[in-house]
Design a protein around this ligand. Structure first.
Ligand code: FAD
Length: 311
C-alpha cells in the first residue's frame, strides 16, 4: 500500500477493473483468461459484482477466491443487502475473508428483475450504511469498505444534495472509499467531488469510467443511468453510429480526454467498468499512455492498496 501511496505522491495514476459473474461455465473460463491477460495492464485491484438478490452469489465468491488466490489480483467483492438473508451476508463475508480478500463494496442493491420496487428482506439492512456498520462491527478494520456515489442522482432520487447527505452517512458509518456511478460529463463529476469535499467527505473518491464499445450500448447506458452526455459527444458519435470500429475509436478519444481532465484535477485512480471485455478499456489506456509499455510503469504483481489512495 505504501508503494501505491508513493505512486500517487509521484503523480503516477493507478487503475482498476470491474467484472461481473458470467452466466455460463464457458463464460467464466473465458473471463478468467481475459482477467489473466488484463493482469498485464497492472490494475491495482479488480472488482467482482454481486447479482441482485444474491443471484450467482456463490459464483461471485468463487471468482473472488480465484482472482485473489490463483491470479494474484487484489480483489474487491461487491455485496448487496437487497433480498438477502443475514446468513447469506455472513457466509459471503466469511468466504471473502477466507480467500484473503480485504475489500468490500457495500451496496443496498437494485431490486431483483421480477420486482419493480426494492424491499428489505431483513429489517436490519435497509440501506447500504447498515451493511457498512454491520461489516465494521463484525470485522473491525479487516476490510476496506467502499460505497457507491451518484454525481447525477440515482433511480430513487435525482436530488444530488440529498444524495450527498446520504453518502456522508455511509462514510460516517465506516466507509473508507467511494466508487461513482458512470458519467460522461467531467464538469458534473468534478463539481460533485467538490460538493462532497465541502460536505466533509474526505475519503478517496474513485470515478467509474464506462468505455464506449458500440453506439447502441452507449445510448442504452446513458439512458439507463440518466447521465448527461455533452452535445459534442453526440455530434462526434452519431454520424458513425453504424460503424462499430469508428465508434470505438472516437469513443476512446472522448473517454481518454475525460480521464485526462480527471487526472489533471489530481484524482489519480480510474476505475473501469469493463463489461467483461478487454478491448475498449485497453484502447483508452493506450490513448492515455497508461499501459505498462507506454508509461514505463513496471509490471509487477498488483499491490495491496488499502488506505493508500491519498488524493
Ligand atoms: P444506499 O446508499 O443505501 O441508497 C439507497 C437509497 O436510499 C438512495 O436513494 C438513498 O438516497 C436512500 N437513502 C439512504 N440513506 C437514507 C436515509 N437516511 N433516509 C432516506 N433515504 C436514504 N447493484 C447490484 O445489485 N450489484 C452490484 O454489484 C452493484 N455494484 C454497483 C457498483 C457501483 C459503483 C454503483 C454506483 C452501483 C452498483 N450497484 C450494484 C447498484 C446499486 O445497488 C443500486 O444503485 C441501488 O439502487 C442503490 O444502492 P446504494 O448502495 O447506493 O444504496
Amino acid at each position: 500500500s505504501q508503494k501505491l501511496a508513493l505512486a500517487h505522491e509521484n503523480k503516477k495514476p493507478t487503475i482498476s477493473f470491474e467484472f461481473f459473474p458470467p452466466k455460463t461455465a464457458q463464460g467464466v473460463q473465458n473471463l478468467y483468461d481475459r482477467m489473466d491477460r488484463m493482469h498485464d495492464l497492472g490494475p491495482a485491484f479488480i472488482d467482482i459484482t454481486w447479482g441482485a438478490g444474491g443471484r450467482h452469489s456463490q459464483l461471485t465468491c468463487e471468482m473472488v477466491n480465484a482472482a485473489q488466490s490463483h491470479y494474484g489480483l487484489e480483489t474487491c467483492m461487491h455485496l448487496t443487502c437487497t433480498d438477502m438473508e443475514r446468513t447469506q451476508v455472513d457466509e459471503a463475508l466469511r468466504l471473502a475473508y477466507k480467500a484473503g480478500c480485504t475489500n468490500i463494496l457495500a451496496l443496498r442493491g437494485d431490486p431483483p428483475r421480477d420486482q419493480e420496487k426494492w424491499e428489505a428482506k431483513d429489517a436490519g439492512f435497509r440501506y447500504a450504511k447498515d451493511l457498512v456498520r454491520y461489516i465494521r462491527a463484525r470485522y473491525g478494520n479487516h476490510f476496506d469498505i467502499g460505497v457507491a456515489g451518484y454525481p447525477e442522482g440515482c433511480d430513487d432520487h435525482r436530488d444530488v444534495d440529498l444524495l450527498v447527505e446520504h453518502l456522508k452517512e455511509k462514510v460516517d458509518a465506516g466507509a473508507s472509499f467511494v466508487v461513482t456511478q458512470m458519467f460522461y460529463d467531467v464538469d458534473i463529476f468534478l463539481g460533485w467531488v467538490q460538493k462532497c469535499r465541502d460536505r466533509g467527505i474526505h475519503v478517496p473518491i474513485i470515478p467509474g469510467i464506462m468505455p464506449i464499445s458500440t453506439y447502441a450500448a452507449f445510448m442504452r447506458r446513458a439512458n439507463w443511468t440518466k447521465c448527461h452526455v455533452p452535445p459534442e459527444w453526440y455530434e462526434a458519435l452519431e454520424p458513425v453510429k453504424n460503424d462499430d470500429a469508428a465508434v470505438r475509436d472516437i469513443g476512446k478519444v472522448l473517454i481518454a480526454q475525460m480521464c485526462r481532465r480527471i487526472l489533471d484535477a489530481g484524482i489519480l485512480h480510474l476505475h473501469f467498468y469493463t463489461m467483461n471485455l478487454a478491448q475498449a478499456t485497453r484502447m483508452i489506456l493506450e490513448e492515455l499512455a497508461l499501459t505498462p509499455e507506454t508509461s514505463g510503469r513496471r509490471l509487477e504483481k498488483p499491490l495491496p492498496w488499502r488506505q493508500s489512495l491519498g488524493f
